[in-house]
Design a protein around this ligand. Sequence first.
Ligand code: PEP
Ligand code: MN
Length: 265
Amino acid sequence: LASREFWRTDTVVQIGEVKIGGNAPCVVMAGPCSVESREQIFAAAQAVKAAGAKILRGGAYKPRTSPYSFQGLGLEGLKLLKEVSNQLGILTVSEVMSPEDVEKVAEHVDILQIGARNMQNYALLVAVGRSGRPTLLKRGIAATIDEFLLAAEYLLHHGTKDVILCERGIHPLDRTYTRYTLDLTAVPVIKHLSHLPVIVDPSHGTGAARYVPAMARAAIAAGADGLLIEVHPDPKHALSDGAQSLTPEQFSALMKELERVAMAV
Ligand code: PEP
Ligand code: MN
């Protein structure tokens, strides 16, 4: 179902007015790693919307390496996303980590996100697929392209038509300067193999705000249908992923550069 042999024309995922894939212009999803408070998510949402992002991201359920790290606000975070979405008229995406939370997350946000660590959590893929909701599927940290497409296949097989694939960096050879290795070749390769839209996450892909703009520009040049970028009103005090989060000022400058790149390709 994910293959171009099955479906030759590009899938365009449409949510409200926003289209992702096909000939649609690159869609930017931006916002903090985690929803931290009403003030924080409203400030982030206003900033990313003003800069031209179409979708607000923010984690309420966080897959953290350590159980002692901030785990997210859970339902309270989802409610804040819904509130900000209603007030500002911006679409939202947030991660769901377990099958029993699918309905709850789906009630509060427009796009369900499956994180890299859960790309091969088949019970979760089945539950999210059955919800029929637009889904952002992130590539597993050590997943091959075929494994990634087979994870998408689970979603499609179980009932979701609207799957967006996200390259977010794979296991790195060298962790000294970057957190992962952003595999930009995945963009043209997947576009050759599949009709599904592909977006790129240069924030988790690099782990360093300094390198996000270059990789965002490169992703657009490589043909990505969208970008996922972490933006925090105060990155230094972020409860997660501050080092890779852009300030609202940096994000707005990047959005202007991206427009120029998009015109050139
Ligand atoms: C995220 O986007 O919030 C996230 C946790 O990313 P990943 O699953 O790619 O690590
Ligand atoms: Mn993050």
